[in-house]
Design a protein around this ligand. Sequence first.
Ligand SMILES: [Fe+2]
Length: 232
Amino acid sequence: MLSTKLSATVRPFVRKASGIGALRSKHTVPDLDYDYNELEPVISAKIMRLHHDKHHATYVANLNAAEEKVLAAQAKNDVAAQVALQPAVKFNAGGHVNHTIFWKNLIGEKNGGGQLHSSALKSAIEEQYGSLEKLSAQVNAKTAAIQGSGWGWLTFNPAIGRLDVITTANQDMASSVGHVPLLGIDAWEHAYYLDYNNVKADYFKNIWRVVNWKDVAGRYDDAVAKHNSLKN
Ligand SMILES: [Fe+2]
């Protein structure tokens, strides 16, 4: 099956050569880099199975279905139908992209979860926020204040050339407001309720124990490099 990364390049040629949907590439749920139980006791295997195999899979299935409908509407030159489909594309694409980042942002404690080693990111966090503890407190406070469902983010904000802390509603992507996502905290009930019930503050407090800072630091390095290349 063609990967998500290839789809934008391949799809126009496939469509032209083979007709709508004939060989259309589809988005797929990426495999986890770790076992379902690796994040325990912070996040249970039960949540991970449901979250990855059911919730994320549903966003992917619905994104593929919405894109099929968009292609059909385009073929009929039905502009109104294409516009009407955009909320479904936006929501499910966000669900797919956000969760894909989220899985990579996490790793078990025995494999280095929660450990922020010396890096450009560590220096930036300490310079801007004073310490990782102060940063996590700020992220948690903002994320806990989300009304309904959404995401808390540590981002690189190109507008200021620095780290930033934001939230997005529902499945909105950090990139939709011009930020580069580095670390996402899924604040949907499906991310914690089976383990923490209504005490989501404990979920927010504990999740920092399983943050894959190596992944986050790599995203920061990439974002800074891109930012600097655009400046020059
Ligand atoms: Fe989620």
